[in-house]
Design a protein around this ligand. Structure first.
Ligand SMILES: NC(=O)c1ccc[n+]([C@@H]2O[C@H](COP(=O)([O-])OP(=O)(O)OC[C@H]3O[C@@H](n4cnc5c(N)ncnc54)[C@H](OP(=O)(O)O)[C@@H]3O)[C@@H](O)[C@H]2O)c1
Length: 305
Protein backbone atom coordinates (compact mmCIF):
# COMPACT_ATOMS: atom_id res chain seq x y z
CA UNK A 1 0.00 0.00 0.00
CA UNK A 2 1.21 3.53 -0.75
CA UNK A 3 2.29 5.51 2.28
CA UNK A 4 0.21 8.63 2.99
CA UNK A 5 1.72 11.74 1.39
CA UNK A 6 1.33 15.40 2.09
CA UNK A 7 2.15 18.72 0.49
CA UNK A 8 4.87 20.51 2.43
CA UNK A 9 5.02 24.29 2.83
CA UNK A 10 7.94 24.34 0.38
CA UNK A 11 5.80 22.66 -2.27
CA UNK A 12 7.48 19.21 -1.98
CA UNK A 13 5.51 16.04 -1.37
CA UNK A 14 6.55 13.91 1.58
CA UNK A 15 5.29 10.54 2.72
CA UNK A 16 5.08 9.67 6.41
CA UNK A 17 7.52 6.83 5.83
CA UNK A 18 10.12 9.31 4.55
CA UNK A 19 10.53 10.73 8.05
CA UNK A 20 11.85 7.32 9.16
CA UNK A 21 14.16 6.76 6.17
CA UNK A 22 15.78 10.16 6.47
CA UNK A 23 18.14 10.84 9.37
CA UNK A 24 16.87 12.36 12.58
CA UNK A 25 18.69 15.54 13.56
CA UNK A 26 19.38 15.35 17.30
CA UNK A 27 20.19 18.79 18.69
CA UNK A 28 22.41 18.61 21.76
CA UNK A 29 23.28 15.14 20.46
CA UNK A 30 26.32 14.87 22.74
CA UNK A 31 24.50 16.23 25.81
CA UNK A 32 22.59 14.64 28.66
CA UNK A 33 19.42 13.71 26.77
CA UNK A 34 20.57 14.03 23.14
CA UNK A 35 23.39 11.51 23.58
CA UNK A 36 20.88 8.96 24.84
CA UNK A 37 18.48 9.68 21.96
CA UNK A 38 21.34 9.13 19.49
CA UNK A 39 22.27 5.81 21.15
CA UNK A 40 18.69 4.55 20.98
CA UNK A 41 18.14 5.55 17.36
CA UNK A 42 21.47 3.96 16.40
CA UNK A 43 20.48 0.78 18.23
CA UNK A 44 17.34 0.61 16.09
CA UNK A 45 19.43 1.00 12.96
CA UNK A 46 17.94 4.44 12.23
CA UNK A 47 20.07 7.16 10.66
CA UNK A 48 21.07 10.02 12.96
CA UNK A 49 22.78 13.38 12.56
CA UNK A 50 24.23 14.99 15.68
CA UNK A 51 23.30 18.67 15.86
CA UNK A 52 25.84 20.52 17.95
CA UNK A 53 28.90 22.69 17.46
CA UNK A 54 31.01 19.54 17.17
CA UNK A 55 28.55 17.84 14.78
CA UNK A 56 29.03 17.33 11.05
CA UNK A 57 27.88 19.76 9.69
CA UNK A 58 28.21 21.90 12.82
CA UNK A 59 25.05 23.35 14.35
CA UNK A 60 25.26 26.41 16.59
CA UNK A 61 22.22 28.04 18.23
CA UNK A 62 24.17 31.28 18.19
CA UNK A 63 24.94 31.17 14.47
CA UNK A 64 21.78 30.89 12.36
CA UNK A 65 23.81 30.44 9.19
CA UNK A 66 24.54 26.85 10.41
CA UNK A 67 20.90 25.81 10.75
CA UNK A 68 19.88 25.14 7.13
CA UNK A 69 22.76 22.74 6.43
CA UNK A 70 22.00 20.78 9.61
CA UNK A 71 18.35 20.45 8.53
CA UNK A 72 19.10 19.48 4.94
CA UNK A 73 17.67 16.05 4.13
CA UNK A 74 16.55 15.13 7.65
CA UNK A 75 13.12 13.66 8.44
CA UNK A 76 12.59 14.79 12.02
CA UNK A 77 14.33 16.77 14.78
CA UNK A 78 14.85 16.34 18.51
CA UNK A 79 15.02 19.95 19.66
CA UNK A 80 17.05 20.54 22.80
CA UNK A 81 17.90 24.22 23.22
CA UNK A 82 21.18 25.23 24.85
CA UNK A 83 21.78 26.31 27.55
CA UNK A 84 18.20 26.81 28.71
CA UNK A 85 14.86 27.94 27.32
CA UNK A 86 14.76 30.52 30.12
CA UNK A 87 17.60 32.67 28.78
CA UNK A 88 16.82 35.88 26.86
CA UNK A 89 16.47 35.14 23.14
CA UNK A 90 15.69 31.43 23.59
CA UNK A 91 12.00 31.74 22.71
CA UNK A 92 12.81 33.65 19.51
CA UNK A 93 15.63 31.28 18.53
CA UNK A 94 13.61 28.11 19.08
CA UNK A 95 10.64 29.58 17.15
CA UNK A 96 12.90 30.70 14.28
CA UNK A 97 14.49 27.24 14.15
CA UNK A 98 11.10 25.50 14.10
CA UNK A 99 9.87 27.83 11.35
CA UNK A 100 12.92 27.03 9.24
CA UNK A 101 12.46 23.30 9.89
CA UNK A 102 8.83 23.33 8.79
CA UNK A 103 9.62 25.50 5.75
CA UNK A 104 12.45 23.08 4.85
CA UNK A 105 10.05 20.14 4.82
CA UNK A 106 10.89 18.78 8.30
CA UNK A 107 7.59 19.08 10.16
CA UNK A 108 8.18 16.40 12.84
CA UNK A 109 9.66 18.02 15.94
CA UNK A 110 10.08 16.69 19.48
CA UNK A 111 10.76 19.61 21.82
CA UNK A 112 12.53 19.20 25.15
CA UNK A 113 11.03 21.73 27.55
CA UNK A 114 11.25 22.58 31.24
CA UNK A 115 8.51 22.00 33.79
CA UNK A 116 7.26 25.00 35.74
CA UNK A 117 9.21 27.49 33.64
CA UNK A 118 7.02 30.28 32.18
CA UNK A 119 9.68 31.07 29.57
CA UNK A 120 9.82 27.43 28.45
CA UNK A 121 6.04 27.46 28.02
CA UNK A 122 6.34 30.57 25.82
CA UNK A 123 8.87 28.67 23.70
CA UNK A 124 6.49 25.69 23.47
CA UNK A 125 3.71 27.98 22.21
CA UNK A 126 5.97 29.70 19.70
CA UNK A 127 7.11 26.34 18.30
CA UNK A 128 3.51 25.06 18.25
CA UNK A 129 2.48 28.17 16.29
CA UNK A 130 4.75 27.14 13.40
CA UNK A 131 2.33 24.30 12.62
CA UNK A 132 4.98 21.63 13.26
CA UNK A 133 3.92 18.03 14.02
CA UNK A 134 4.97 18.56 17.60
CA UNK A 135 5.46 16.47 20.72
CA UNK A 136 6.45 18.38 23.85
CA UNK A 137 8.48 16.77 26.63
CA UNK A 138 7.94 19.16 29.55
CA UNK A 139 10.53 17.76 31.89
CA UNK A 140 11.35 18.00 35.56
CA UNK A 141 14.94 18.44 36.84
CA UNK A 142 17.23 15.75 35.52
CA UNK A 143 18.83 13.25 37.89
CA UNK A 144 21.92 13.46 35.66
CA UNK A 145 22.55 17.05 36.82
CA UNK A 146 24.27 15.35 39.80
CA UNK A 147 26.61 13.32 37.58
CA UNK A 148 26.88 14.94 34.15
CA UNK A 149 26.60 18.66 34.90
CA UNK A 150 27.85 21.25 37.35
CA UNK A 151 26.30 19.59 40.42
CA UNK A 152 28.78 16.74 39.96
CA UNK A 153 31.49 19.01 41.35
CA UNK A 154 29.42 19.51 44.50
CA UNK A 155 28.96 15.76 44.89
CA UNK A 156 32.73 15.27 44.56
CA UNK A 157 33.35 17.96 47.19
CA UNK A 158 30.94 16.33 49.65
CA UNK A 159 28.88 19.54 49.97
CA UNK A 160 25.93 20.35 47.72
CA UNK A 161 25.57 24.09 48.40
CA UNK A 162 22.43 25.22 46.60
CA UNK A 163 19.47 27.57 47.16
CA UNK A 164 17.00 24.71 46.85
CA UNK A 165 15.45 25.03 50.33
CA UNK A 166 13.75 21.92 51.61
CA UNK A 167 11.11 21.60 48.88
CA UNK A 168 10.98 18.20 47.18
CA UNK A 169 11.74 17.81 43.46
CA UNK A 170 10.55 14.82 41.36
CA UNK A 171 13.96 14.30 39.68
CA UNK A 172 13.64 12.69 36.25
CA UNK A 173 16.02 10.20 34.63
CA UNK A 174 17.42 11.36 31.25
CA UNK A 175 17.04 7.72 30.09
CA UNK A 176 13.27 8.09 30.48
CA UNK A 177 13.32 11.34 28.49
CA UNK A 178 15.28 9.63 25.72
CA UNK A 179 12.84 6.70 25.66
CA UNK A 180 9.90 9.09 25.30
CA UNK A 181 11.75 11.15 22.69
CA UNK A 182 12.50 8.09 20.55
CA UNK A 183 8.89 6.89 20.84
CA UNK A 184 7.72 10.34 19.70
CA UNK A 185 10.22 10.48 16.84
CA UNK A 186 9.24 7.08 15.49
CA UNK A 187 5.51 6.70 16.19
CA UNK A 188 2.78 9.03 14.86
CA UNK A 189 0.53 8.45 17.87
CA UNK A 190 2.58 10.94 19.90
CA UNK A 191 2.05 13.86 17.51
CA UNK A 192 0.24 16.69 19.30
CA UNK A 193 0.94 15.27 22.76
CA UNK A 194 2.25 17.30 25.67
CA UNK A 195 3.96 14.98 28.13
CA UNK A 196 4.73 16.36 31.60
CA UNK A 197 7.56 14.13 32.71
CA UNK A 198 8.73 13.54 36.29
CA UNK A 199 10.38 10.79 38.25
CA UNK A 200 8.25 8.45 40.38
CA UNK A 201 8.81 10.31 43.69
CA UNK A 202 9.76 13.81 44.82
CA UNK A 203 12.92 14.02 46.95
CA UNK A 204 14.45 16.96 48.77
CA UNK A 205 18.02 17.83 47.88
CA UNK A 206 18.96 16.59 51.36
CA UNK A 207 17.43 13.18 50.60
CA UNK A 208 19.10 13.10 47.18
CA UNK A 209 22.49 13.91 48.75
CA UNK A 210 21.98 11.27 51.43
CA UNK A 211 21.08 8.63 48.84
CA UNK A 212 24.22 9.36 46.83
CA UNK A 213 26.31 9.35 50.04
CA UNK A 214 24.93 5.99 51.14
CA UNK A 215 25.67 4.37 47.79
CA UNK A 216 29.16 5.95 47.62
CA UNK A 217 29.92 5.11 51.26
CA UNK A 218 30.97 8.65 52.19
CA UNK A 219 29.34 11.74 53.62
CA UNK A 220 27.67 13.97 51.05
CA UNK A 221 25.72 16.82 52.65
CA UNK A 222 23.18 19.21 51.24
CA UNK A 223 23.85 22.71 52.55
CA UNK A 224 20.94 25.05 51.85
CA UNK A 225 22.02 28.59 51.02
CA UNK A 226 19.96 31.66 50.12
CA UNK A 227 19.52 32.75 46.51
CA UNK A 228 21.66 35.81 47.30
CA UNK A 229 24.40 33.75 48.93
CA UNK A 230 24.45 31.32 46.01
CA UNK A 231 24.58 34.19 43.49
CA UNK A 232 27.39 35.87 45.45
CA UNK A 233 29.40 32.62 45.74
CA UNK A 234 28.93 31.90 42.04
CA UNK A 235 29.99 35.43 41.05
CA UNK A 236 33.03 35.19 43.37
CA UNK A 237 34.09 32.10 41.48
CA UNK A 238 33.94 33.78 38.09
CA UNK A 239 30.46 32.72 36.93
CA UNK A 240 29.16 35.30 34.45
CA UNK A 241 26.32 37.64 35.47
CA UNK A 242 24.11 36.09 32.76
CA UNK A 243 24.53 32.58 34.16
CA UNK A 244 24.11 33.78 37.77
CA UNK A 245 20.76 35.26 36.66
CA UNK A 246 19.80 31.98 34.96
CA UNK A 247 20.65 29.88 38.03
CA UNK A 248 18.79 32.31 40.30
CA UNK A 249 15.75 32.10 38.02
CA UNK A 250 15.85 28.29 37.91
CA UNK A 251 16.21 27.89 41.67
CA UNK A 252 13.44 30.39 42.42
CA UNK A 253 10.98 29.29 39.68
CA UNK A 254 11.58 25.58 39.24
CA UNK A 255 12.74 24.26 42.59
CA UNK A 256 10.50 26.36 44.84
CA UNK A 257 8.11 23.51 45.66
CA UNK A 258 5.49 24.49 43.07
CA UNK A 259 6.67 21.61 40.88
CA UNK A 260 6.87 18.98 43.61
CA UNK A 261 3.97 16.83 42.46
CA UNK A 262 4.69 13.81 40.30
CA UNK A 263 2.90 13.18 36.99
CA UNK A 264 1.92 10.15 34.90
CA UNK A 265 3.70 11.46 31.76
CA UNK A 266 6.22 8.60 31.43
CA UNK A 267 3.49 6.00 31.94
CA UNK A 268 1.19 7.76 29.45
CA UNK A 269 3.91 7.86 26.80
CA UNK A 270 5.58 4.49 27.39
CA UNK A 271 3.15 2.34 29.40
CA UNK A 272 5.68 1.86 32.21
CA UNK A 273 6.77 3.66 35.38
CA UNK A 274 9.67 6.16 35.41
CA UNK A 275 13.03 5.10 36.83
CA UNK A 276 13.68 5.62 40.53
CA UNK A 277 16.40 7.92 41.90
CA UNK A 278 18.11 5.05 43.73
CA UNK A 279 18.48 3.06 40.50
CA UNK A 280 20.01 6.07 38.77
CA UNK A 281 22.44 6.61 41.68
CA UNK A 282 23.60 2.96 41.69
CA UNK A 283 24.19 3.05 37.94
CA UNK A 284 26.01 6.40 38.03
CA UNK A 285 28.15 5.25 40.97
CA UNK A 286 29.07 2.05 39.11
CA UNK A 287 30.19 4.12 36.10
CA UNK A 288 32.85 5.79 38.30
CA UNK A 289 31.59 9.30 37.67
CA UNK A 290 31.86 10.22 41.37
CA UNK A 291 35.22 8.56 41.97
CA UNK A 292 37.52 11.51 41.30
CA UNK A 293 39.44 13.14 44.13
CA UNK A 294 37.68 15.84 46.13
CA UNK A 295 37.67 19.30 44.61
CA UNK A 296 36.56 22.69 45.87
CA UNK A 297 32.83 23.00 46.46
CA UNK A 298 32.86 26.03 44.20
CA UNK A 299 34.81 24.60 41.32
CA UNK A 300 32.38 25.48 38.55
CA UNK A 301 32.92 23.92 35.13
CA UNK A 302 33.57 25.89 31.99
CA UNK A 303 29.94 26.21 30.86
CA UNK A 304 28.91 28.48 33.73
CA UNK A 305 31.86 30.89 33.37
N1 LIG B 1 19.10 19.99 33.02
C1 LIG B 1 17.84 19.92 33.47
O1 LIG B 1 17.55 19.51 34.60
C2 LIG B 1 16.71 20.34 32.54
C3 LIG B 1 15.38 20.14 32.96
C4 LIG B 1 14.35 20.47 32.09
C5 LIG B 1 14.64 20.99 30.83
N2 LIG B 1 15.95 21.18 30.47
C6 LIG B 1 16.22 21.74 29.13
O2 LIG B 1 17.10 20.88 28.44
C7 LIG B 1 17.83 21.63 27.47
C8 LIG B 1 19.26 21.14 27.46
O3 LIG B 1 19.81 21.30 28.73
P1 LIG B 1 20.85 20.29 29.31
O4 LIG B 1 21.21 20.82 30.65
O5 LIG B 1 20.37 18.89 29.19
O6 LIG B 1 22.11 20.49 28.34
P2 LIG B 1 22.91 19.40 27.50
O7 LIG B 1 22.02 18.86 26.40
O8 LIG B 1 23.58 18.44 28.38
O9 LIG B 1 23.98 20.40 26.82
C9 LIG B 1 25.07 19.98 26.15
C10 LIG B 1 24.79 19.85 24.63
O10 LIG B 1 24.57 21.12 24.04
C11 LIG B 1 25.45 21.30 22.93
N3 LIG B 1 25.72 22.74 22.79
C12 LIG B 1 26.41 23.55 23.62
N4 LIG B 1 26.44 24.80 23.14
C13 LIG B 1 25.76 24.79 21.97
C14 LIG B 1 25.43 25.79 20.99
N5 LIG B 1 25.83 27.07 21.12
N6 LIG B 1 24.73 25.42 19.89
C15 LIG B 1 24.34 24.13 19.73
N7 LIG B 1 24.59 23.15 20.63
C16 LIG B 1 25.30 23.48 21.74
C17 LIG B 1 26.67 20.45 23.31
O11 LIG B 1 27.42 20.03 22.19
P3 LIG B 1 28.66 20.89 21.61
O12 LIG B 1 29.53 21.25 22.77
O13 LIG B 1 29.29 19.99 20.59
O14 LIG B 1 28.06 22.10 20.95
C18 LIG B 1 25.97 19.24 23.93
O15 LIG B 1 25.50 18.37 22.92
C19 LIG B 1 17.66 23.11 27.84
O16 LIG B 1 16.84 23.73 26.88
C20 LIG B 1 16.96 23.08 29.18
O17 LIG B 1 16.04 24.14 29.32
C21 LIG B 1 16.98 20.85 31.27
Amino acid sequence: MDSPSKLLKNGRMQSTNDTQKQPTLVLGGTGKTGRRVVERLNARGLAVRVGSRSGQPPFDWEDRSTWAAALDGVGSVYVSYYPDLAIPGAVEASAAFAELAVASGVPRLVLLSGRGEPEAERAEQAVRDTGAELTILRSSWFMQNFSEDYMREYVLSGEIRLPAGDAPTPFLDADDIADVAVAALTDDQHIGQLYELTGPRALTFAEAAQTIGEVMGREIRYVPVSLEQHAAEAAEHGVSAEVVDLLTYLFSEVVGGRNAQTTDGVRRALGREPRAFGDYVREAAASGVWNEPMVSAHDYPEWVR
